[in-house]
Design a protein around this ligand. Sequence first.
Ligand SMILES: NC(=O)C1=CN([C@@H]2O[C@H](COP(=O)(O)OP(=O)(O)OC[C@H]3O[C@@H](n4cnc5c(N)ncnc54)[C@H](O)[C@@H]3O)[C@@H](O)[C@H]2O)C=CC1
Ligand SMILES: Cc1cc2nc3c(=O)[nH]c(=O)nc-3n(C[C@H](O)[C@H](O)[C@H](O)COP(=O)(O)O)c2cc1C
Length: 173
Amino acid sequence: MSVHELPLLPEVSQQAFRDAMSGLGAAVNIITTDGPAGRAGFTATAVCSVSDTPPTLLVCLNRNASVWPLFRDNGVLCVNTLAAGQESLSTLFGGKTPMTERFAAARWHTQRSGAPLLQGALMAFDCTITQVVSVATHDILFSNVMALERHDAQPGLMWFDRRYHALSRQDAR
Ligand SMILES: NC(=O)C1=CN([C@@H]2O[C@H](COP(=O)(O)OP(=O)(O)OC[C@H]3O[C@@H](n4cnc5c(N)ncnc54)[C@H](O)[C@@H]3O)[C@@H](O)[C@H]2O)C=CC1
Ligand SMILES: Cc1cc2nc3c(=O)[nH]c(=O)nc-3n(C[C@H](O)[C@H](O)[C@H](O)COP(=O)(O)O)c2cc1C
């Protein structure tokens, strides 16, 4: 049977999709930017490795987010992967909190792109945005990694089943 002959099925609802996606565990990241448009950051689990040559990752950003125009205009970002114990930062950057309040809760420095790197993050990927593809409600920000910082002796942080879980290295057998 070709794809054109498949019977018409009812659409998968937004809620059914979200419920199913809640079963895909993911790392928790704070994505930051800075530049002519100003400083901004948001929490994201939709982050993925794309290629190692050149080192490329992607971040999915909802175009309705208040931070969206700042990422578009600055053209740089940093993926700060959170460690266990940094859950409150994730909540702060994932809500409706004013930007100054979000950044006041931690210490930051810069590397090559000028985007803020979080002191004490598990990993920081300092990037230039190389390509933006709009799909449905989100923009996919393809980004070239220009510099890296690692502090990965700490336990990791996962978002799974709509809550945080600490992930220790000893569990990985
Ligand atoms: N990719 C995204 O834009 C994500 C957005 N969120 C936002 O964080 C808040 C809390 O999320 P949860 O507690 O996990 O419960 P939830 O029921 O809103 O989401 C469950 C799962 O569905 C997916 N999801 C949620 N909203 C989405 C969106 N607008 N576009 C694409 N995928 C989406 C994510 O994988 C998420 O973990 C919600 O406001 C949600 O919209 C959370 C995770 C990813
Ligand atoms: C655990 C978690 C994961 C999230 N992942 C994403 C994501 O991958 N992409 C996205 O656009 N928004 C994601 N969000 C929502 C954004 O963090 C939120 O919309 C952002 O802080 C902008 O909010 P604002 O419009 O109030 O500034 C996530 C939120 C939480 C709590």
